[in-house]
Design a binder for this molecule. Structure first.
Ligand code: ATP
Ligand code: MN
Ligand code: MN
Length: 301
C-alpha cells in the first residue's frame, strides 16, 4: 500500500517568519517543486534578488494552484497582501489613479509567494521617481525554429551597437525562450524619451538587417527572425526581474550572465529553482561583479 505523506497545514519560510500555507502543494509538477520549496528558493536568493526587485512597481504572475493550473497577471494591489507588501498610487493613461504593488524586503517577497506568486515582473523605474526609468530592456524574442545560437548572436550585436554609442549593457537569460539585454540608466530622461530611443535603436537594427531582426510585434513579420521587443520600455510595461522563477516547465529562473559565459550557454533555461546555491555563488563571483550597474545616460541619436 502506498500511503501519501500527510500534508502539513503550514510552515514558515526559512528565517523570514512569513507563514506559508499548503507548503506541500506541488507548484511545478514536472520538476516536483512544492510551495515551501519555492518559498525556500526565494528566501535563499532574497539577497541577490531584492537589489533588482525592491522599491519598484511590480506585477505578479500568480498561480495559486500551481503552474499547470490557472495563473493570472496581477498589476494592482487588491488589498489582500497585508503590511509587508506596499502600494504606490500611479496615474494611468485614462487619468485614473491605481495602486501598484511594491516590496522592499524579504517579508514582502515571501508574502507574495505565500499568495501564490511564481514570477515577479518590474517596471523600469523606481517608486521614488516612477517617471524616470533606471534601466532599459531589449527583450529578444526569437521566432519558433530559430536556435539559441541566433539569439546569442543577436544579443552580442545589440551589446556592440550599444557600446558604440557609449552604453554598457548586460545579458540575462529569460528562463523562457530568449535573452534580455539590460541597459542601466541614471534616472534622468523620462519615459517618452526612453521609449523613443529604444524604438529608434531597434528599428534601425531591423532596417539594417531585415533578414535577422524585426522591430514589429506581429508574429507574421517575425518569420525566421528575432523580434527586438523594445515595448518593455514604455511607461507601465514590465519585464521579468533577475533571479525570478518562471512559471514554465522545469522551473527555470531568469539569470544574469556575463557576456563571456553567455557564449558557452546553450539554453535560456540554464538555471533552475533547484540551484539557489549556484546562483548565489555566481552572483558574488568575479564574472558577475558589477552586472547591471553603470552610471550612464542616453546619448542623442
Ligand atoms: P521569453 O524569453 O519566453 O520571451 P519573457 O519574460 O521575455 O520570456 P513573457 O513572459 O512572455 O516573456 O512576457 C513578455 C512580457 O510581457 C514580460 O516582460 C511581462 O512583464 C509582460 N507580461 C507577461 N504576461 C503579461 C500579461 N498577462 N499582461 C501584461 N503583461 C504581461
Ligand atoms: Mn521575451
Ligand atoms: Mn517580448
Amino acid at each position: 500500500v502506498v500511503t501519501e505523506k500527510p500534508q502539513r497545514a503550514e510552515t514558515t519560510a526559512a528565517g523570514t517568519g512569513v507563514k506559508i500555507s499548503h507548503p506541500d502543494r506541488v507548484i511545478f509538477p514536472d520538476a516536483g517543486i512544492t510551495k515551501s520549496e519555492l518559498a525556500d528558493y526565494y528566501a535563499a536568493v532574497a539577497g541577490i534578488l531584492l537589489p533588482w526587485a525592491a522599491n519598484r512597481p511590480v506585477s505578479l504572475v500568480r498561480c495559486p494552484q500551481g503552474r499547470s493550473k490557472q495563473c493570472f497577471f496581477q498589476k494592482h494591489d487588491a488589498g489582500s497582501f497585508g503590511d509587508a507588501v506596499h502600494h504606490v498610487d500611479i496615474e494611468e493613461k485614462d487619468g485614473k489613479t491605481e495602486p501598484y504593488l511594491y516590496i522592499d524586503d524579504i517579508r514582502g517577497l515571501l508574502t507574495c509567494v505565500q499568495m501564490g506568486t511564481i514570477e515577479f515582473h518590474g517596471w523600469g523605474s523606481l517608486v521614488a521617481d516612477v517617471e524616470k526609468p533606471d534601466r532599459m530592456v531589449f527583450d529578444l524574442d526569437p521566432d519558433e525554429g530559430l536556435d539559441f545560437g541566433d539569439v546569442k548572436k543577436a544579443a552580442e550585436d545589440l551589446k556592440q551597437h550599444l557600446a558604440d554609442m557609449g552604453l554598457a549593457s548586460f545579458a540575462m537569460l529569460s528562463g523562457g525562450k530568449g535573452v534580455h539585454v539590460v541597459v542601466p540608466l541614471a534616472p534622468q530622461a523620462e519615459w517618452p524619451d526612453v521609449k523613443s530611443f529604444a524604438e529608434r535603436f531597434s528599428r534601425a537594427l531591423a532596417q539594417a538587417e531585415p533578414d535577422r531582426f524585426t522591430a514589429t510585434m506581429s508574429k507574421a513579420k517575425r518569420k525566421g527572425r528575432i523580434f527586438i521587443d523594445w515595448l518593455r520600455n514604455q511607461r507601465g510595461a514590465t519585464a521579468v526581474l533577475p533571479y525570478v522563477a518562471r512559471a514554465r516547465e522545469s522551473a527555470p529562473v531568469a539569470a544574469p550572465v556575463s557576456w563571456t559565459e553567455l557564449k558557452d550557454i546553450d539554453t535560456p533555461k540554464r538555471f533552475t529553482v533547484k540551484e539557489a546555491d549556484t546562483l548565489i555563488e555566481r552572483a558574488n563571483s568575479r564574472g558577475l561583479a558589477g552586472w547591471g550597474v553603470a552610471e550612464q545616460v542616453l546619448p542623442d541619436i
